[in-house]
Design a binder for this molecule. Sequence first.
Ligand SMILES: Cc1ncc(COP(=O)(O)O)c(C=O)c1O
Length: 372
Amino acid sequence: MNDLHLQYLKLKIGIDAAVLDVLKGGQYINGTEVNQFSEELADYLNVRHVIPCANGTDAIQLALMALNLKPGDEVITTAFSFFATAEAIAILGLIPVFADIDPISFNIDPKSVESLITSKTRCILPVHLFGQAASMPELVNLANKHQLFIVEDVAQSLGTNALIENTEKKLGTIGHIGCTSFFPTKNLGCFGDGGAVMTNDSELAIKIKMLAVHGSKQPYRHEIIGLNSRLDTIQAAILRVKLPYLNGFIIERQKIAEAYIKELNSIDDFIVPEISGIANHSFNQFTIRIKNGLRDELKDYLSQKGISSKVYYPVPLDQQVAMQEFMKGRAICSEADKTSKEVLSLPIYPGLPNENIQHIVHTIQTYFKASI
Ligand SMILES: Cc1ncc(COP(=O)(O)O)c(C=O)c1O
């Protein structure tokens, strides 16, 4: 699905030098690299504050901790995402309430969100899944109308733009707080775990910063209960080398997606992503839908031909065993359920050779010709 070593080779000289500098410098926790990365990412995103942390799951947890929510408060999120999104809500004693998705974009459906708002709802937590923007204008309207917070999970979409009131904004900077991951396969990945929280609200930024270092502003003075969630200095140094390439990486992903769409568009039973404009999708994943129960058979066929593919996600969040305590008296999200049975993600990453793309396309075309 990925070739992370290829990305390392492309930037080897810069990365090797940056890592060696950290090793020689002797500062292995925090320090200049972390501070500079945080400023450079804030500049790139055009957001006031970026607080680096240990991973994307912590980023969501820190964001929710900063909002002064009480146990039992409800957070509406999508039923179709990686488990971390819902886990970060539940671990704080908050109630994840799962909204259904739009079957075309796979993103949270604002109409479903609206139907779930109660007097206990405090926050909407959209995920910009697979690289594509969720319907932020509608979600912002809902949040304003009902005085709710918006925490964006931008783990799969860092660097993607959305048009908000005729202005291009980076995803993660539209709601009150954005959360991202630098897991190696993300749009901007480090060589281990890493994450960040972003916000334009200076008070929230101060609180998130404290929360990430055991609730303290000064050493050994702890004002609130927090976490130990730091981005490693080595990872910050690597991310500083990679950040200037992020737009280029995204353009490469978009070109691969365009090639897939062009070649595979005409196959019946096979639905390529329908997008609201290529600029609004960074294709962290290229996820197709396969109708008529053929998904698993196609996946096996690809595997026999040496092609990896993955099902993101085979079980929606509202059907995960660990989430059943929150589902009492609630129906499952039917679009998320159908989607989980039909989706398949194909390899997409910067540097994916054109021959591989052609081989994948040809193999899929051959499968569908044979199955007619
Ligand atoms: C949508 C989403 N949210 C949150 C996370 C959690 O990020 P991390 O693995 O860095 O904790 C991920 C990671 O895969 C993700 O895809």
